[in-house]
Design a protein around this ligand. Structure first.
Ligand code: ATP
Ligand code: PAF
Ligand code: BAL
Length: 285
């Protein structure tokens, strides 16, 4: 596996590869890799002969009081996992290289960046859209893979690509879960044993909502009431949002249908914030 840090070197490599006929797939990550990331690498490898994985903890998508400084990092281990997975290139820039002095451009997807995550993290998605746009220009992928765990991010990137006519196909990968249902996330590393147990409130709430839907319940208020009471029954949980939304528009729904998704963000023990989501009509979690 090759490794590059400098955006101009990465771009020159990618352009040369493209000219020689390669199909490049990009998997953007913030590192501290787990099976969720590796599932996206495998998805990418099914569709492309050249897989580039970027590892960059992007400072501009963190709010001032968020966890940028303590975000888990282990570059050596990440590179070992990617090499074992057969990745062609790891792109590992630094903040200085991505945002040199004078940098002042921002990409903003207006409506979609303000709902759900955007209410608590108002500047988050401008950071995401800007860095993903930069990564697309640098890595020149024909396709890029994003996980459904960050469902709003996936919807927003699809919107950005359509709005800006970016020649990149966006593939979504299903959420990879621990055996007990907890969605894999780098931030799970923050959880102690009690927090880990309370973290299960999210996936079990999704399962509960799916069972209610399967039993014929369609009223959002009734489903959300059951979900809220379920999550509140776990110690140390505080719901940031529990919303039933349309999977494409992310508009809130009052009567659920086959496109309705339950999106959750829950604080565990005050400091850790976990997200999860599922289609109500999907097979039960
Ligand atoms: N459990 C998972 N299943 C599928 N995809 C995932 C999973 N976790 C993360 N991803 C995807 O991996 C990509 C990189 O995500 P990121 O590096 O932020 O990992 P993360 O584990 O989501 O970290 P965080 O704890 O910051 O949410 C994103 O497209 C994200 O949706
Ligand atoms: C897409 C991404 C790598 C952009 O920094 C990040 O938001 C993530 O890891 O999901
Ligand atoms: N996976 C989303 C990255 C973030 O929370 O900043």
């Amino acid at each position: 596996m090759e490794i590059l840090q400098k955006p101009d070197e990465m771009q020159a490599w990618a352009l040369a590869r493209r000219r020689s006929g390669a199909v490049i797939a990009l998997v953007p990550t913030m590192g501290f890799l787990h099976e969720g990331h590796l599932s996206l690498v495998r998805l990418a490898a099914q569709r492309a002969d050249t897989v580039v994985v970027s590892i960059f903890v992007n400072p501009t998508q963190f709010g001032p009081n968020e966890d940028l400084a303590r975000y888990p990092r282990d570059l050596d281990h990440d590179l070992q996992l990617l090499a074992e997975a057969g990745v062609t290139m790891a792109f590992t820039p630094t903040p200085d290289l991505m945002y040199p002095e004078g940098f002042q451009t921002e990409v903003r997807v207006k409506g979609l960046s303000q709902v759900l995550e955007g209410k608590t993290r108002p500047t988050h998605f401008a950071g995401v859209a800007t860095v993903v746009s930069k990564l697309f220009h640098i890595v020149q992928p024909e396709l890029a893979c994003f996980g459904e765990k960050d469902f709003q991010q996936l919807v927003l990137i699809r919107r950005m690509v359509a709005d800006m006519n970016m020649p990149v196909s966006i593939l979504g990968g299903p959420i990879v879960r621990e055996a007990d249902g907890l969605a894999m996330s780098s931030r799970n590393a923050y959880l102690d044993a009690a927090g880990r147990a309370s973290g299960l409130s999210l996936s079990s709430a999704l399962g509960l909502a799916q069972r209610l839907y399967a039993d014929g319940e369609r009223r959002a208020a009734v489903i959300l009431d059951a979900v809220t009471r379920h999550i509140d029954s776990f110690p140390q949980t505080k719901i940031d949002y529990a919303s039933l939304v349309d999977s494409d528009s992310l508009d809130e729904t009052s009567m659920a249908n086959e496109r309705t998704r339950l999106a959750l963000a829950v604080y565990i023990g005050g400091k850790v914030r976990l997200i999860d989501n599922a289609l109500l009509a999907q097979q039960h979690i």
